[in-house]
Design a protein around this ligand. Structure first.
Ligand SMILES: [Zn+2]
Length: 140
């Protein structure tokens, strides 16, 4: 569960909403990769790549959908750590700016590991509290 939550948290912190929407629409709403590709203007190849990477995190697509259903609203509550300002991306955690979207995730992983870990921990704790409250906790 942690690997998948971590993946989603990093996407959210990077401001990469399209990957999050692919995860939610495919694994929770059951939308087909071709519809998702059309809706978000992402190539089918990339949509399938995201789906494959997410499935690999849990080794099981049913488990992936259970986890995403549970944590998706919590991940959306996280404030992105990177904002886009005039064609530039600015990291709100350290004020560094980037011209390339691709470098953002690497920057977060390299410079803000602790922040990522703390955010992942918060999401996992909230998910646990939520599942206790709903009586759906199964000890995993
Ligand atoms: Zn930074």
């Amino acid at each position: 569960m942690t690997a998948l939550v971590r993946f989603l948290v990093i996407k959210r912190l990077s401001g990469n909403s399209s990957t999050l929407m692919v995860a939610k629409e495919y694994f929770v709403d059951g939308v087909s990769p071709s519809s998702i590709s059309y809706k978000y203007k992402i190539s089918k190849f990339r949509v399938r790549g995201y789906i494959q990477r997410i499935t690999e995190k849990t080794r099981n697509s049913y488990l992936a959908s259970l986890i995403i259903k549970q944590v998706f609203p919590l991940v959306l509550e996280i404030e992105p750590a990177v904002i886009k300002v005039n064609e530039k991306y600015v990291c709100l955690l350290c004020d560094q700016s980037f011209h390339n979207e691709v470098t953002i995730e690497n920057h977060l992983r390299r410079k803000h590991e602790e922040y990522i870990n703390k955010t992942v921990k918060d999401v996992l704790e909230s998910a646990k509290e939520l599942s206790f409250a709903l009586g759906t906790h199964k000890g995993s």
